[in-house]
Design a protein around this ligand. Sequence first.
Ligand code: UT7
Length: 319
Amino acid sequence: MMRSVLTGTGSALPVKRVSNAELAERVDTTDQWIVERTGIRFRHIAGPDETTATLAADASRAAIAAAGLAASDIDLIVLATATPDQTFPATATKVQAMLGIDDCVAFDVAAVCSGFLYAVQVADAMLRTGVHARALVIGAETFSRILDWEDRTTCVLFGDGAGAVVLEARDTDTRGILATKLHADGRHNDLLYVDGGPSTTGTVGKLRMKGREVFRHAVVNLAAVMGESLALAGLTIADVDWVVPHQANARILDATARKLGLAPERVVVTVDRHANTSAASVPLALDVAVRDGRIKQGDLVVLEAMGGGFTWGAAVIRI
Ligand code: UT7
């Protein structure tokens, strides 16, 4: 059976790391409030020379090397971001140029924090048609550029970064993406959005969120979509070795695991050091757990995310 097999992961973070105590010098907050309510201790913030594309290119180089490939082997780039370098062209094409790939298919996907899951399903479908052989799937963001640094209810929650995976089309019935499931419900635009855009205000805008409302939907939707994706693969939560969730809030991770009856030690957590990096958070956490040896070939891994839209989704992968 033709499947998309994950053969390499990579990630990149901005050089500058910012603690809660440093943020408390800028806005009315405390390290204690941030840790207790979110689990976040640090986030990385892009400097003037670091952009979504540069972080994405660094993460991609690491993923391509881990897969044992050359950049020229890649024939498809799908990049998930809500913070592109430019309104157009797609940041994926900028990354393509940075990697020195002469010709391939390259485009962006916008589904905010669920963007990487959307990109994975799109790339998986394109690989299984046989038209493409080796895809780079990237989640990359510089949310620091769309934060209102006067708003303590949002600016402490987010960070910048990028993660990437290489997916290769292979005829196999053991490894690969076993199932994906995506959802969107556009009625919830006003709970998590950016108050600008080329077609409305003509400005980039700033992130606005009703956190408590998002939290409530997140736990319900994430538990449900993980169940749906596992059912599509003919598996149950008892078969899962690792869950790599979107890293928005440690309390969301705990509540979702409890709802599913999943042991907390099966959940990869990086929100403490990366904060919420939107589309980058899942591939960043995946790369951390692959590189520290927790996730190994043969493991059954579930990826999940939920974000603005609302959009949400999950993917079941045999590594
Ligand atoms: O990635 C997309 C998905 N996004 C998410 O999943 C985010 C989901 N939401 C959350 O993670 C949480 O709702 C937050 C972390 C955003 C907020 O936590 P909460 O426990 O829901 O707090 P809250 O919004 O109910 O606020 C509680 C209090 C408020 O004060 P009052 O009204 O009770 O006096 C806030 O003004 O905490 C206050 N507060 C803060 N205090 C100190 C809000 N932000 C801060 C802050 N420092 N940074």
